[in-house]
Ligand binder design. Structure first.
Ligand code: HEC
Length: 176
């Protein structure tokens, strides 16, 4: 009787220890496929297709001339704006404009934002002018997505839908 009790006691103690529970099957989580600290996401494989927005744009690192850029922008003219320009979209667009574009293009869209005023060679475009307002939504979408020589691109910072909200705001706030 004493012996049985003793064995049960020892088994109970063993049952609680990490040795009993930990070895060797507790390493599974460490060995799984996961992004570790300092590692970056694997780049998409060849022929990967974006799941939203139908963006088939040239590589961001490709150096192209202004003429080539304008040709690509004109080819994007046919892209339709799928986001209705309702009040909700315009409010969202205003918020996103203030976060992303305001520093250069300014509150009035005239290019006189605090950073915009510092451009030495070419000032940020005045978004009120016909040059921008006469472009289709698709062309402006292209510029926001791809950036230009002196303008950063927003394909990472703004989702496809957010870019359309910004365009709806540009139409409503600037121009005539
Ligand atoms: C760092 C400053 C900067 C920021 C931020 C910026 N822009 Fe620009 N933008 C410029 C400059 C400079 C140009 C003229 C670029 C050129 O022709 O190389 C320009 C040009 C443009 C044009 C005209 C492109 C054309 O057809 O030639 C549009 C439209 C525009 N910006 C919209 C936006 C919107 C919308 C945002 C925010 C999502 C934004 N920009 C953020 C500096 C900026």
């Amino acid at each position: 009787m004493k012996r049985t009790l003793c064995s049960i006691f020892i088994l109970l103690i063993l049952g609680q220890t990490t040795i009993a529970w930990g070895f060797p099957w507790n390493k599974d989580f460490v060995d799984q496929l996961a992004i570790k600290a300092q590692e970056s996401l694997a780049p998409p494989g060849p022929n990967s297709v974006p799941v939203e927005g139908g963006e088939s744009l040239p590589s961001l690192s490709a150096l192209i001339t202004e003429q080539e850029m304008d040709a690509l922008k004109d080819a994007a003219a046919v892209i339709q704006n799928p986001v209705p320009a309702n009040a909700e979209s315009v409010v969202l667009g205003e918020y996103l404009y203030q976060m992303n574009c305001w520093v250069c293009h300014g509150a009035q869209g005239d290019g006189e934002g605090p950073v915009g005023l510092k451009f030495a060679t070419k000032a940020p475009v005045d978004l009120n002018e016909d040059y921008t307002q006469d472009q289709t939504d698709g062309q402006i979408f292209f510029t926001i997505t791809r950036g230009r020589a002196l303008m950063p691109f927003y394909r990472d910072a703004l989702s496809v839908e957010e870019r359309w909200h910004v365009i709806n705001y540009l139409r409503q706030a600037f121009g005539s």
